[in-house]
Design a protein around this ligand. Structure first.
Ligand code: ATP
Length: 254
């Protein structure tokens, strides 16, 4: 369970990225965060992984304060949180398998990972992860030889190899075509349902948000303006979150 209590983020230039956000996300939820550009979606995701610190409030994961954690405790908490980015964040010249294995770095000494001395159990885990995202045959291919959708699947496999209990995905399909978008979203849904991994996903496309989320969080100007089951996220509600009618380019439309 992730408890976000009065979370506030003020950037050093004074911009309020998040303003007193309160919400609780249960293990196994599939949450999609929506809102206009600049609403605070990325700021919230980065706060949940402590890629940056909130300036006020607290985030508690399974009873432990992420906000107060440091050193070993913070490393252990972050180990449970996988991250997926729009631009995949792979090491392009490395093989797919090496990229997936990099999900294991937090479990071993730096020296061991630098030398690539992965235990067999880790290598097996990495192959299993590639199997789960449907590209077991790509293990020894260089990452930059894959299509965008395949590269995003590698990054999902990396989060699986990490044995993350929570996956944060920041616009994971923004660089993909409509067909590949669905394939990647299907992967995320399958992983959520089969493994019970909590998904928190920022999405630009409202129809995709509705199709895949079990729960929608709507942000507007750093404030939480909607938080509820997807069935309650009506057209009127989206118009309120966006403070205007939904535009065509906010629908994938296939
Ligand atoms: N490093 C930063 N320094 C100052 N202000 C920032 C920084 N990062 C984000 N902001 C501001 O914080 C607010 C929220 O930004 P954020 O990137 O979280 O929005 P978003 O909803 O993810 O937008 P988008 O959909 O365009 O990615 C915006 O006003 C943005 O300009």
């Amino acid at each position: 369970m992730i408890e976000i209590k009065e979370a506030t983020k003020v950037y050093s230039n004074g911009t309020v990225g998040l303003n007193k956000i309160n919400t609780t996300i249960k293990q196994g939820d599939f949450v999609v965060i929506v809102g206009r550009s600049g609403a605070g979606k990325s700021t919230l995701l980065r706060a949940i992984n402590r890629l940056h610190d909130i300036t006020d409030g607290e985030i508690v994961i399974n009873g432990k304060s992420l906000t107060k954690a440091n050193g070993k405790q913070l490393r252990e908490m972050r180990r449970d949180i996988g991250m997926i980015f729009q631009n995949f964040n792979l090491i392009k010249r490395n093989t797919v398998l090496k990229n997936v294995l990099s999900g294991r770095v937090a479990y071993h000494s730096t020296m061991r990972t630098l030398l690539g001395l992965w235990p067999k159990a880790d290598v097996d885990l990495a192959h299993d992860a590639l199997n789960r995202v449907g590209i077991p045959d790509k293990a020894y291919v260089r990452a930059d030889e894959l299509s965008g959708g395949q590269q995003q699947r590698v990054s999902i496999a990396r989060a699986l190899a990490q044995e993350a209990k929570i996956i944060l995905a920041d616009e994971p399909v923004a660089s993909l075509d409509p067909l590949t978008t669905r394939q990647v979203m299907d992967d995320l849904r399958r992983i959520n349902q089969e493994l019970g991994i909590t998904m928190i996903v920022n999405l630009h496309f409202i129809d995709i948000a509705r199709e895949y989320a079990t729960r929608i969080i709507g942000l507007r100007d750093g404030e939480l303006v909607f938080d509820g089951p997807v069935e309650d996220a009506t057209d009127e509600m989206f118009t309120q979150i966006y403070e205007r009618e939904i535009k065509k380019d906010e629908l994938l439309g296939v």
